[in-house]
Design a protein around this ligand. Sequence first.
Ligand code: NAD
Length: 237
Amino acid sequence: MPEISPADYDRIVVFTGAGMSAESGVPTYRGSGGIWHEYDWEAFACQQAFETNPHKVLAFHHVRRKAVLQCKPHAGHFILSQLENKYKNINIITQNIDGMHQRAGSGDVIELHGSLWRARCEQCGKSMEDYTGVQLEKSCVCGYDLRPAIVWFGDSLDENILEEALGIMENCDLFISIGTSGQVWPAAGFPMAAKQSGAILIEINTEANETSHIYDHSCRGKAGDVLMQVFGLWLER
Ligand code: NAD
């Protein structure tokens, strides 16, 4: 693993997945202990489920928020937010919906798959956000029911968010992927998009997966530990 000086790059993209939050105790969705072993996503995480039984779906998200609130951002989240404040050339693009980056002090996080802490109105387009409470508003000011602002199974990504993320990727010269298995599209295409923009690709993951070969450097270890090894010194300088 090369020593990385953030100031040597024009644009650094940090791309995070469920493995980034695993160290905080937020369960993954797949793999051992994953949420979809316990819950059937067709009954809890798609538009049809919400239309069939909104109370059941909202209660599921309520439970998820409660679980996430009991978890705390780990050292890796704080390292990223400090780097972001010290060097202005860093963007965080996350697949996570848990708001951990924001709780660690990161601003302008691009949330590709939405947020557990936001609800949106399909009627008037308003959205409401609250990072502190487990109970989000159920109704919009226009009277329509709000739905969790999460990209559920069968939903498309928000086009504006996707466009913003891809725009940043075009100018990225260092791409650091942390804790993602690279199975969920279109996010899974981001590392290759960064490579095509000429970026150096670094993977931080406890284990290799099918996408590992496209990275220039792979660091095997926990997100918090590796981030401390790679960037800890730069924060002290
Ligand atoms: P994934 O569950 O498919 O893969 C997690 C990856 O993290 C694996 O490759 C695993 O080896 C790695 N990993 C596990 N612990 C790690 C650690 N401590 N340090 C570094 N790497 C570690 O996750 P994904 O690729 O993000 O895809 C899952 C999808 O589900 C995403 O779209 C996301 O929106 C959603 N999701 C979000 C959350 C969350 O918000 N915290 C949690 C679960 C799933």
